[in-house]
Ligand binder design. Structure first.
Ligand code: PNS
Length: 159
């Protein structure tokens, strides 16, 4: 069974992330969307909220499951017997940091390959941070995040 991990904060998951899920799910037998729990960060959504949101967003993909992890990504990937880590690239600006992480992950675990997938043009400007920024000031985020998530983002900022 060829397992791939798609890791991220997913705070919240966007349609750009979903575009990567769609592409990656065609390339492996089992894709695990893995949400990081980072005790040093304060996300907008709790781990439980993000888990529920991502589950709702990927429910139509039969070979995609959702999980959470903490600590080193490659150690987690090894536990899951994953052969690859999927990363989405939107622009050149993503590349430097992603390249550094990929090489460090290879140093830590040479057996796991990082695979970069380019997102669709229409999502190349999209990030969780920019969605939160727009929503914080009452801007329209329709079409940027899955509908189940859109409602929750708006709710977070209206309280
Ligand atoms: O969605 P994000 O916040 O860009 O995801 C970043 C993530 C979770 C992929 C990255 O921070 C990560 O892999 N964290 C796990 C810690 C780790 O393994 N660090 C060493 C990699 S160089």
């Amino acid at each position: 069974m060829r397992v791939a991990i798609y890791p991220g904060s997913f705070d919240p998951i966007t349609n750009g992330h979903l575009d990567v899920v769609k592409r990656a799910s065609k390339m492996c037998e089992h894709l695990i969307v893995s949400i990081i729990y980072n005790p040093n960060k304060t996300p907008l959504f709790t781990l439980e909220e993000r888990f529920r949101q991502v589950k709702g967003a990927v429910m139509n993909y039969s070979n995609v499951t959702v999980d959470t992890f903490t600590g080193l990504l490659v150690e987690y990937a090894q536990q899951k017997q994953a052969v690859s880590i999927i990363k989405g690239l939107r622009a050149i600006s993503d590349f430097e940091y992603e390249f550094q992480m990929a090489l460090m992950n290879r140093k830590l675990c040479p057996d796991i390959e990082t695979i970069f997938l380019m997102t669709s043009n229409e999502y190349s400007y999209l990030s969780s941070s920019i969605v939160k920024e727009v929503a914080r000031f009452g801007g329209c985020i329709k079409g940027l995040v899955p509908e189940n998530v859109r409602r929750e983002v708006i709710e977070k900022f209206s309280s």
